[in-house]
Design a protein around this ligand. Structure first.
Ligand code: UDP
Length: 238
């Protein structure tokens, strides 16, 4: 599959057209940003890890009947995916309080929930991706009621599957962000990526952070954390 025109360049990925209008090529970069682009840096080798991790996790989800955009890994950093129209929502699932949840509600980081939470942010960099509720989503016609229902159902299924998988790897799945897209026939599928950039992953025994919080919070050992989480995944996924 040949890379065509650059369609879009985001903070961590480039997206190219291909000679098939239904397929795109995603290329993962080592660039890292945080706090809505205010903090910038490079995490050496991140693009390779995020590409490979996201592809393995999406294939695992597809085997459990969660439809995804994954088609084929083309190289260390490049993957062929189905072209979708992205639903402009960040779908965040949480098992343990952390990050913006802890800040917003004054709940200490590390507090476990009895049941997972699902929340939406409106994907809009200029507005800083504000929290949004489902009546707002409907009012702004960002998604239909049926699409919201499907997205929530898939998000919780992804959580159950990934929480179990990461537990086997000795890792707690604290929270994560998903994005969904629409195929031309309107089918909702999982898109974007699932990686240490988009998940909080804590070592089950020590609580050590093995995700992008090491970069966001200047904790050091960023590359080592990405390598360690990928090593755990490989060990349990092969
Ligand atoms: N997240 C993400 N992209 C965003 C915002 C959040 O991938 O633009 C992920 C983040 O890595 C974490 C989860 O979503 O795993 C919840 O993030 P939170 O709302 O706590 O925001 P943060 O503290 O990262 O600003």
């Amino acid at each position: 599959m040949q890379k065509g025109n650059l369609l879009y360049e985001g903070k961590a990925k480039k997206v190219y057209e291909t000679d098939d209008p239904a397929l795109l090529i995603v290329e993962y970069k080592d660039d890292a940003t945080a706090f809505n682009g205010q903090k910038k840096g490079t995490i050496c080798g991140k693009g390779v890890i995020n590409n490979q991790m996201s592809n393995r996790l999406m294939q695992r989800l597809a085997r459990a009947d969660v439809p995804t955009h994954f088609v084929q890994e083309l190289s260390e950093r490049e993957t062929l995916v189905k072209r979708v129209e992205i639903v402009p929502l960040e779908v965040i699932v949480r098992n343990i309080a952390a990050g913006s949840f802890s800040k917003r509600y004054g709940i200490p980081e590390g507090t476990s929930f009895d049941a997972p939470t699902v929340e939406f942010s409106y994907k809009n960099d200029a507005l800083g991706d504000p929290l949004i509720n489902t009546t707002h989503v409907l009012a702004m016609r960002l998604a239909t009621a049926e699409e919201i229902e499907t997205i929530e159902r898939y998000a919780l299924r992804v959580n159950a599957l990934l929480r179990d998988f990461w537990a086997d790897c000795g890792v707690k799945l604290v929270d994560f962000k998903l994005e969904f897209g629409r195929l031309p026939d309107g089918t909702i599928i999982l898109a974007d990526e699932i990686s240490p950039d988009t998940c909080r992953l804590w070592d089950s025994a020590t609580g050590e952070k093995l995700d992008k919080d090491r970069f966001r919070r200047d904790l050091g050992g960023v590359e080592d954390a990405y390598a360690e989480i990928m090593r755990r995944l490989r060990e349990h996924d092969d």
